[in-house]
Write a protein of this length. Structure first.
Length: 362
């Protein structure tokens, strides 16, 4: 399957052009990526998909078995790690515990041959820009998670890279600080003139921080595009689960999509708004699924008799997992659940209006 959402003709010049191929044991990575100047590209995928391997390959920490890495048009495939125009922020930040924040940030420029005074001046400027002037003399153990993240980002930017790599930048933060730190990080990244590649497993981080998302599964890019497009039209069950959609694949004939797999064997299908032809994907949110104790009459055009496979409460909603001719999730209110009196193993009718179903080529 070809990844969708590739960069359109006439887009901004690529700061990153990479084809990454490597093998490690039974795992094989084969990923092509592009990112424009000033663009934030998020790599989203499950654990073990190869996201961190992509970052390590771009940084030169693991050798490629094939492909290339070009930054601003210059081939960096075999350039030593320390000479690549790349800055990296690791998941645990990896700040030098024996150094102050100022000296942590000045470390890179010093390694590039800058004088101690000039390196410290550059570091002080970056810390001031990030609102950390008061913590210049502070050592990492005394910094909060958000402060440590900004010091790590300043350290990466101090070498004036053309490509910035961020490995799970929000992972070390507690939930209470993630919202504020995420917003600040987005603002700081918007000011970076090079390309940024951000690895995350959190769809919210990807949706908020990124201009474009590439979904990696099994060492391959399976979907890419703008965050809203990926969320609206997922192409794999993993992406559908992340964005909270029911997703099915099948064969479109007019306004009916006959589903693949066990559901399709007994004629299960989904009615859609407009006619389509050929392979198709259909998606709809759990909130679009209405549950009925008996076969409904009226507006729902898609109706299936299914079995309750699980009930999960979250916030002010209840998610009901259903199985049978097809498996799907429905979100209902606690009051609706009580009225239906549903428990695991009960049967119920599920209905979805065709107008609520998104259908697109599969």
């Amino acid at each position: 399957m070809e990844p969708t959402g590739a960069r359109p003709p006439g887009a901004a010049a690529s700061a990153l052009d990479a084809e990454l191929r490597l093998s490690r044991g039974e795992f094989t990575l084969d990923v092509a990526l592009e990112a424009a100047q000033g663009e934030i590209l998020a790599l989203l995928g499950p654990n073990g998909a190869g996201k961190s391997s992509v970052l390590r390959a771009l940084a030169g920490l693991v050798p490629l078995t094939g492909g290339h890495i070009r930054v601003d048009g210059r081939d960096e495939t075999t350039t030593p790690v320390e000479r690549r125009p790349i800055g990296m922020v690791f998941q645990d930040y990896l700040l030098f515990e024996h150094m102050s924040a100022l000296d942590n940030v000045a470390f890179g420029p010093r390694c590039q041959g800058m004088s101690r005074a000039d390196a410290r001046e550059r570091a002080a400027g970056l810390l001031a820009h990030m609102g950390l002037s008061d913590h210049a003399r502070t050592r990492p153990r005394s910094l909060s998670g958000g402060q440590a993240q900004r010091v790590a980002l300043a350290r990466a930017l101090a070498v004036r890279p053309r490509l910035l790599l961020l490995d799970e930048p929000m992972a070390a933060l507690d939930a209470s600080t993630r919202i504020d730190v995420r917003a600040r990080l987005r603002h700081l990244l918007e000011e970076f003139e090079g390309a940024t590649v951000l690895v995350t497993h959190d769809p919210l981080d990807a949706m908020v921080l990124a201009d474009r998302i590439a979904v990696v599964e099994g060492g391959r890019v399976v979907q890419q595009g703008a965050p809203a497009e990926v969320a609206r039209r997922p192409r794999t069950p993993y992406v559908a689960r992340l964005v909270g959609l029911n997703l099915f694949r099948g064969q479109a004939e007019g306004t009916t999509v006959l589903l693949d797999g066990p559901g399709g064997d007994d004629g299960a299908g989904v009615e859609v708004r407009e006619p389509h032809s050929g392979r198709a994907l259909v998606a709809f949110p759990p909130r679009a699924v209405a549950l009925y104790p008996e076969h409904p009459h009226g507006s729902p055009r898609n109706v299936w008799r299914l079995t309750v496979d699980g009930i999960e409460r979250f916030g002010d909603q209840v998610r009901v997992h259903l199985a049978g001719r097809l498996s799907l999730a429905a979100d209902v209110s606690p009051a609706a659940l009580a009225e239906l009196g549903l428990e695991r193993g009960d049967t119920v009718w599920a209905g979805v209006k065709a107008a609520e179903v998104e259908c697109y080529p599969g």
